[in-house]
Design a binder for this molecule. Sequence first.
Ligand SMILES: *[C@@H]1O[C@H](CO)[C@@H](O)[C@H](O)[C@H]1NC(C)=O
Ligand SMILES: *[C@@H]1O[C@H](CO)[C@@H](O)[C@H](O)[C@H]1NC(C)=O
Ligand SMILES: *[C@@H]1O[C@H](CO)[C@@H](O)[C@H](O)[C@H]1NC(C)=O
Length: 254
Amino acid sequence: MAVDGDKKKKCLIAGSVSGLLVIMVVSVAVVTSKHSPNENQIRTTTKAVMAVCAPTDFKEACVKSLLDASPKSTEPLELIKLSFNATIKSINDSLKKASEDVKPKADKDPGAKGAFQLCERLMIDAIDDLKKCVDREFSVTQVEVYVEDLRVWLSGSIAFQQTCLDSFEEIKSSLMRDMVNIFKTSRELSSNSLAMATDLPTILPNSNITGLTGGLAKYARKLLYTEDGIPTWVGPHARRLMAEAPKEEEEDHQ
Ligand SMILES: *[C@@H]1O[C@H](CO)[C@@H](O)[C@H](O)[C@H]1NC(C)=O
Ligand SMILES: *[C@@H]1O[C@H](CO)[C@@H](O)[C@H](O)[C@H]1NC(C)=O
Ligand SMILES: *[C@@H]1O[C@H](CO)[C@@H](O)[C@H](O)[C@H]1NC(C)=O
């Protein structure tokens, strides 16, 4: 009887172990079959995102913002437009956060209050310039004019954001640090968008940097041969932002 009992126990254990195994195998199969069609898609998307992020200074922010925006296309131009959209959203979100966190403090001091009001206008201008980039339709034959416009608007957007922070710096406001922290990502994404737009002629299928002719060739050479890696046409404000190491800026204004 005792032997029988042991056998039964063993059978029970064996039975439940194999039952568990079956459940595990089945659930692994379910999980795999659920994810495997997606996995290739994710890998392809990630690859495309990393390619357009390659020329940027803040690659981590670049990759994260684009993947978070769930790209529907792996076309470089679509991804770059998505980056403009992500930048607009980031500035908008940051402005909202600043209105909640910084504005109440700024309101207590006339100088800071004025700086904050100026900032609100500047950030809206920064968004407007980015919106022009999103709205711009173009064909590949017009790439020269297109890139020219993009770089004007993008460096405009960067300059507006820098001017906002400068207005706090000028009055030596302690709120400068809060503003720098809040707008950190949006400034990084703006700089990234400019880097991508600048690199556009080299990634568009119909443009061929060695085979380029005329004005675009001159423009491409100009981009390729700058001393500090920042295109020569970038103004002093934007240049300062682009050259700034992200850590330094927080230490500068303590
Ligand atoms: C960017 O945003 C605009 C307006 O919300 C939208 O029409 C457009 O499709 C978006 N572009 C991409 C590439 O997501
Ligand atoms: C910015 O955010 C507000 C809500 O805070 C929204 O109503 C508005 O459409 C957003 N604008 C852009 C350009 O995303
Ligand atoms: C790029 O230009 C070179 C030199 O003109 C040419 O040999 C090559 O086929 C071009 N490649 C493409 C993809 O057009």
